[in-house]
Structure formats: structure tokens, C-alpha cells
Write a protein that binds this ligand. Structure first.
Ligand code: FEO
Ligand code: CA
Ligand code: CA
Length: 691
């Protein structure tokens, strides 16, 4: 069995903002390929006299203050997790002076004055007592399956309710970079084992953590009771309306209800009942497809993959008898229970199949739950799911069935300014804002398909095509779509789309107002009457990203541009207990020339739109999984793909240990770029950043 891939096949492939290696390994060079959405689905410009007024959409005296999200009813609920708990005003310990943006090649983790940072866990750290310590010269699939995986993205630290000093850290592992993981000579001689190691480095890690005192640094517990690795070969159950469909059956699984593994898990969310959701994003790159139109809409081609996993495991090629449907079994939102290492994780077909960035849940006033999700591809869509059943506080078993049945919608945005004012320059229209109304268009409602010519199963498995037919608005790569736990307003990170308004592609519209949108933007969406189940909404653009010092098309809700930190390629979102928005970036080095960052954005009051940079990650890395425990004085980030663009023998980063013997072993350990979870905490000794 031979793998065809050689080292550095990505050179010359990139056309986006990222390093060539990131394009290659993370997304399978999606930017260099044709746009997947070739539908003629066009933008419907709002006509003021036919639209609901902004006032009626917003509602007066709406249940804005009603219970939105009411804490996590797990036996180990977090005590200060701003993702899921409404916090009282005050209590934030995160006072900081914005750091200056960091030049893109600087190999340092940079935090504000008065803060320090430390890695909690790194690629290869052993989770179990039987798992060996990491040694880059002695890798195997078996070893990797007992160690922390590669390229951690989504992150949560779920603090145990009655302890406050224990909890579980949950991270997913999006993809692997073989150029950094393996000695090239070893790789050439061991490609099949390298592929199996990569499979074991994907998925999830759940690991127990402890700390000596509230606010102090966390450390992980090797051999913790709840520790778990989920990989590309872990058994998942498929549930929901499409479970068992003929379109999900393979020769290994004639039931269409059991699939091995989860792939390319990007962002995610923690539910109010304490489970973790994660999106299977650029899953297409792992599969040799059938050449069908439906495969093409997902970017799956009948071509040998660069990863070559089809040479190791037959299911990764539709050419192998019995596996033409294997790729249909990926592209879902998965739900795992981090409190029970024996639980079977689930893929939820009710939420549709696309390149899910992640999913975030809000509980509606009537106790149905709503899950929002973006499809991260140029010109793809924003979705929401509304459960059929209602949330029951304290009934965890019941709540874990909520994402199994319900209605699925896709968003259509309408602007309220005249078309000539949306000219691609991102100049603010005469009414003072990019804004308007919108509709959640039903794809599945009350168990029935709302799309002519498509069954429910087809709508859920080929959701992108259903969105095309429904007339959804083509967006500039929706990443995190996350409701504020304080106000219920929804924030949509649109990371970039350099093909917007170019020849043959969708033109600008008020919700995507910039030609060749290199730096991205963020939309704020308010459901009608602040009812999460509403089918109508209003929206406005919170910020049009970029470096205001050099880019006139930037916009910060009217906040003075000279007072903001430059920001580009917004990706993951989080909130602190006061409802400030935190935005991590993925692509700043290639756009505005700075290392990727974590920024705080004020949403309310006179400083609305103020962007303040909190940290910068090292050369080659993107900032992921931000988690703000402000009442603890802590911020956590996943530092993903540090040193990307370098190689095993010529590293450009030595994060997080900064012992400059990368690629070598020392006392059985390796030092060099290792994707890691980092905690940034208040440094009571005032040492500031240590690197
Ligand atoms: Fe994995 Fe959409 O970023
Ligand atoms: Ca407007
Ligand atoms: Ca992302």
C-alpha cells in the first residue's frame, strides 16, 4: 500500500489570506478551487414599503430580559462560564490596556501588561497513565490515540459546580500538518502509519483539570476519570430524521446509523445541559467522491486526495465498492458528553449537512432550543434549528434528545438602503448604517420538507442545495454564529470573501457590502421580539474589519477609527459576563500583516464598536476557542497551527516551550511548535508576558 503524497505539495496552491500550508492542510486549498455555490440564487433587496418596519421587527417591550439561557444543568456545571450563564453586572477582573498589534513573523505569545500565560496542555501530552510521554521520534497511531491531538480549535473549561477547583477541558482537533509533525525521512518511509497517526490526532480530547485556588492557573490531570480521546475511528451514532437513510448506508454500516469518527472539527459550543457541540467543517478534503453534482456542491471531487487516506482505509474513496455514501456521513454537528467517557457521541442530522463552523444554542422563551450555525464557505449560508421538544431544567437525559428533531431554517438578509448606496466601497449608506430586516426561510418544518422536489432526508443530507432553492443570502464565509448570553442578540462572524463582487460571482449587498472583502465583517442580528424561534429578524453590521490606518472601508459602528485596534478575518466569538464580545482572528498575517489576535469589542454605550486587542498568538498560528472567565481573571485560547509555514527541520516557531531544539528530542520530549491550549491569567507578581 503506498501513499502518493510527498512533502510540500501545497506550494503555489494558495490564493487566500493564509499561509500556503494552512490552505493546504486545513481546507484542502478551498480558496484556490472554484466556488462551490454556483446557484443562481440571488439577493432579494428589501423594499421599504413591503418590509416589516424595523420598529415592529424589534418589538416594543419585548421579552428581552426574559430568561435566555439559564445555566448548565450538569452535575458539573461551570461556575463562571460566560458562554452559558447570565452573569450579574460587575465582577469582571479583566482590566487591561490594549496591546499593540504584533508583526506577523514574531514568534511570541503576547499578553497585556500585568498578565502572564502558560500552556495547560500541548499536542502529544499523555491523557492516560498508560499513554507514553510525547516523543516526536517515536510516534505511532496507538501512542497518539492516548495523547492530546493536533491543532486544537474549539475550547471550553467546564468547572465542576461544587468544587470550583476541578473540571474538564474539552478541545477538538481540526486537522494535521504532516510537514511539522513528522521527520520527512521517516514520513517518506512510513506513509501509511503517518496517515493512521493523523487519524488519531483528529477528533476531540476531554481531560480533567485542577487548580489550587479560584483564579489560579489550571493544570491537566493525566489519568483523570473523565479523560477521553475521540478520533477518526471512534464510533458515533447518527440520529435525527435522516438516520438510516439509504444515502447514509455503506457496506460497513448497512443500517446508516453508525459511523466511525469525526473530521475537521472546527468551532463549537457548549449546550445549557453541559454537552459540547462541534462542527465537521472542511470534511470534503478527506474523501475521493463520486463526481456527482451533489458532491460538487460540497467541494468533493473524484480525484485522489492530498492526504491519501483512501490508500489506508477503503471508506475514504467512493470508487471502492460500497462506499459511495461515506462522505455523506460527515459534515454534521456532533454532540459529545464530556462528563461520561463511555457515552456514544452523536451526529445530528436534524441540523443539516454543510461545512459547519460550529453551533451555539439559545433557549427560547417557550423553552424550545434554538441552535445557530454558519456554513464556512464563500457565498454560503447561515442556518438555525428550532427543536420540536422543550428544554427541561435538570432533565439532562431529555435535553440530550432536543437536537434530534425540529425545524431547520436558512437566513435571507434584506437591506434598507437604496442599491446605488451599496457600491462595494463599504461607504456607510445615507441612513447611517448597513442594516435591514430578514427572514428565516424554512427548509424542514413540522417534519415535512419545505423544498419542492426534495425529501426531508435529501434536505438534511444535501442542505446546501436546499438553501440554494430556498433563496438564502450568499454570505462572506460565515464562521461563528453565537447569541449573546446577556442580550440574546446574535453575532455572525463573516471572515472574508475576496471573490465578492468579482466577475461571475455574487455582487455586493447591504449585508455583504464590500467588493473583494479581504478582511471580513461582523453582523449583529436581533430576532423579532427577541424571540429565538421567530421567523423574522432585523440586523446591522457591527464592524467592517481591517486596519483603519490604511483602509477607508473599515467601520466600527461609528466609534472613532483612530482609537481601535486593527482587526481582520474575524472567526471565533465569545462573550464575557458583562456582554462584551470577544473576537479571535484567523488570517491577519496575510491581510493586515499582524499576528492573529484576540480582541475585545464593546457592544453597548458610547464605546460601542471599540476594538481592543488583548493578545497575539505566535508566528504561523491562528487564535481559536476563546473563552473568557472574566470573574476569575482568566482568558483561554486554543493556539492552533503555531509555526505553520515552517517545516520539521526549519521551524519558524518554538511555541510554547521556546527551547530551540525543535525537531530534536531532549530527555524523551520534543520542543518546538506544538498546538496548545493556553491560559492567560492575572499575574499578581506583575511579571507581564514571559515571551
Ligand atoms: Fe476552521 Fe471556519 O474555520
Ligand atoms: Ca441601511
Ligand atoms: Ca474557525
Amino acid at each position: 500500500m503506498s501513499l502518493t503524497r510527498t512533502f510540500l505539495p501545497m506550494l503555489g496552491h494558495t490564493r487566500g489570506n493564509r499561509d500556503a500550508a494552512t490552505c493546504h492542510f486545513k481546507c484542502g486549498n478551498a480558496c484556490a478551487k472554484d466556488v462551490c455555490n454556483t446557484s443562481t440564487n440571488t439577493y432579494f433587496r428589501d423594499i421599504a414599503d413591503t418590509a416589516l418596519s424595523r420598529r415592529s421587527i424589534l418589538g416594543i417591550g419585548a421579552a428581552a430580559s426574559a430568561a435566555l439561557v439559564i445555566g448548565v444543568d450538569t452535575r458539573s456545571a461551570p461556575v463562571a462560564h460566560a458562554d452559558t450563564i447570565i452573569a450579574p453586572n460587575g465582577g469582571s477582573k479583566l482590566r487591561f490596556t490594549a496591546i499593540a498589534p504584533v508583526p506577523r513573523n514574531r514568534d511570541a505569545m503576547t499578553v497585556p501588561e500585568g498578565y502572564d500565560w502558560a500552556p495547560i496542555i500541548r499536542w502529544g501530552d499523555p491523557l492516560f497513565n498508560h499513554a507514553p510521554k510525547f516523543n516526536i521520534a517515536k510516534q505511532s497511531a496507538k501512542r497518539q490515540a492516548g495523547q492530546f491531538g493536533y491543532n486544537n480549535d474549539y475550547l471550553n473549561v467546564i468547572v465542576d459546580k461544587y468544587s470550583g477547583r476541578s473540571g474538564v477541558l474539552v478541545a477538538n482537533h481540526e486537522y494535521t500538518n504532516e510537514d511539522l509533525m513528522f521527520d520527512p525521512q521517516w514520513f517518506e518511509a512510513n506513509k501509511a502509519e503517518a496517515a493512521r497517526i493523523a487519524m488519531a490526532a483528529h477528533g476531540f480530547s476531554v481531560v480533567e483539570v485542577k487548580r489550587a485556588k479560584s483564579g489560579g492557573p489550571w493544570s491537566y490531570i493525566r489519568g483523570g476519570e473523565r479523560n477521553r480521546r475521540i478520533t477518526a475511528t471512534t464510533v458515533f451514532a447518527i440520529d435525527g430524521p435522516a438516520a438510516g437513510s439509504a444515502l447514509l448506508q455503506t457496506t460497513s454500516d448497512p443500517t446508516g446509523r453508525k459511523v466511525l469518527g469525526t473530521l475537521n472539527n472546527c468551532a463549537g459550543g457548549t449546550t445549557p445541559w453541559g454537552t459540547v457541540l462541534s462542527g465537521e467543517e472542511n470534511f470534503n478534503q478527506y474523501f475521493r467522491g463520486t463526481g456527482s453534482a451533489t458532491d460538487a456542491r460540497y467541494g468533493i471531487a473524484d480525484e485522489a486526495t492530498e492526504r491519501g487516506w483512501e490508500d489506508v482505509d477503503a471508506r475514504f474513496s467512493a470508487r471502492n465498492p460500497g462506499y459511495k455514501n461515506e462522505a455523506n456521513r460527515f459534515g454534521w454537528i456532533v454532540e459529545i458528553d464530556p462528563q461520561n467517557p463511555d457515552s456514544v457521541p452523536v451526529k445530528h442530522t436534524a441540523l443539516g449537512r454543510f461545512k459547519h463552523e460550529g453551533a451555539n444554542v439559545r433557549i427560547a422563551d417557550d423553552k424550545r432550543v434554538v441552535a445557530y450555525s454558519g456554513d464556512d464557505e464563500r457565498f454560503d449560508y447561515v442556518y438555525k434549528f428550532v427543536s420540536a421538544k422543550k428544554y427541561r431544567r435538570g432533565d439532562r437525559r431529555h435535553n440530550m434528545t432536543l437536537l434530534s428533531a425540529g425545524d431547520l431554517y436558512v437566513a435571507r438578509f434584506s437591506g434598507n438602503s437604496p442599491a446605488p448606496e451599496i457600491d462595494g466601497s463599504a461607504a456607510v449608506p445615507a441612513d447611517g448604517s448597513f442594516d435591514g430586516t430578514g427572514t428565516w426561510l424554512p427548509l424542514v418544518k413540522d417534519g415535512a420538507s419545505m423544498i419542492q422536489g426534495m425529501s426531508v432526508e435529501e434536505v438534511l443530507i444535501y442542505t446546501r442545495l436546499a438553501g440554494d432553492k430556498a433563496g438564502a443570502t450568499k454570505m462572506d464565509r460565515p464562521e461563528d454564529v453565537e447569541p449573546s448570553p446577556v442580550t440574546g442578540k446574535l453575532y455572525i462572524a463573516l471572515t472574508n470573501n475576496t471573490q465578492r463582487n468579482t466577475a461571475g460571482k455574487a455582487s455586493v449587498d447591504e449585508a455583504n457590502p464590500r467588493t473583494r472583502n479581504r478582511d471580513g465583517h461582523v453582523i449583529e442580528l436581533t430576532e423579532r421580539n427577541n424571540d429565538a424561534t421567530a421567523t423574522e429578524f432585523s440586523w446591522n453590521i457591527l464592524l467592517v474589519a481591517g486596519d483603519p490606518a490604511t483602509d477607508k472601508s473599515t467601520y466600527f459602528s461609528g466609534y472613532p477609527k483612530e482609537k481601535v485596534s486593527p482587526i481582520s478575518c474575524p472567526d471565533n466569538l465569545a462573550f464575557d459576563s458583562k456582554g462584551n464580545l470577544w473576537i479571535s482572528t484567523d488570517g491577519q498575517p496575510g491581510t493586515i500583516g499582524y499576528c492573529d489576535a484576540l480582541h475585545k469589542v464593546t457592544l453597548n454605550g458610547e464605546e460601542r464598536g471599540k476594538v481592543e486587542q488583548f493578545l497575539a498568538v505566535p508566528a504561523g498560528a491562528e487564535t481559536c476557542g476563546p473563552l473568557v472567565h472574566d470573574r476569575d481573571g482568566s482568558v483561554f485560547v486554543s493556539v492552533q497551527h503555531p509555526g505553520e509555514g515552517g517545516t520539521f527541520n526549519e521551524p519558524i516557531s518554538f511555541f510554547p516551550d521556546y527551547v530551540k531544539t525543535a525537531g530534536k528530542t531532549k530527555r524523551g520530549e520534543v520542543y518546538g511548535p506544538r498546538p496548545s491550549v493556553v491560559q492567560v491569567f492575572t499575574d499578581t507578581k506583575g511579571r507581564g508576558s514571559r515571551k
